[in-house]
Design a protein around this ligand. Structure first.
Ligand code: SF4
Length: 167
């Protein structure tokens, strides 16, 4: 079976970020995987009904995605609105799609309170960031999906195209 990869929609050039922008990742492997039908694209936040544009949101109190999944942290917008429930729904939608389509890997943009896997912002909206995962990345990883950030695409190429992986 073809190895499938769940991908952040904004990395694929979709203008779905909170600020109405995209952050396309240009790499020959992305083009090839697309042609091979390996890529399954989702914006978790949009899948949970969040609009574009939308207020920026961060995981509160310097905590991280696993804490949100465990019910021990919240996600808040810079307006102060608690959007934890929507972020959990976003993560559940991404996990459901990954399972339906057989994705074993995920390639997600770093820094997002949903998709981040190396770092997230600390909830103060000051630009301060710390090591940690977003809510979607945390739920995927907890369910056995290997999560790679956009900065780790070379490592993902090794896993997907390497000698130990077969179609
Ligand atoms: S939720 Fe993920 S895919 Fe959607 S805009 Fe944020 S980083 Fe991109």
């Amino acid at each position: 079976m073809t190895t499938k990869i769940l991908v952040s929609a904004c990395l694929m050039g979709h203008a779905v970020r909170y600020d109405g922008q995209s952050k396309p990742l240009l790499h020959p492997a992305i083009d090839r995987w697309r042609q091979e039908g390996r890529l399954v694209t989702i914006c978790p936040e949009m899948s949970a009904g969040m609009p574009v544009p939308r207020p920026p949101a961060e995981i509160a109190s310097g905590l991280s995605g696993p804490d949100v999944v465990d019910g021990a942290a919240t996600v808040v917008e810079n307006t102060g609105r608690d959007v934890t429930r929507a972020f959990l729904e976003a993560a559940e939608n991404a996990l459901a799609l990954a399972r339906e389509t057989g994705c074993r890997f995920a390639l997600l943009i770093d820094g997002s309170p949903s998709c981040g896997s190396g770092f997230v912002y600390d909830g103060t909206f000051s630009g301060a960031r710390h090591k940690g995962q977003g809510v979607t990345a945390a739920l995927l990883a907890r369910n056995g999906i290997e999560v790679y950030s956009d900065r780790e695409i070379e490592a993902l190429i090794e896993r997907v195209d390497g000698p130990h992986e077969t179609d």
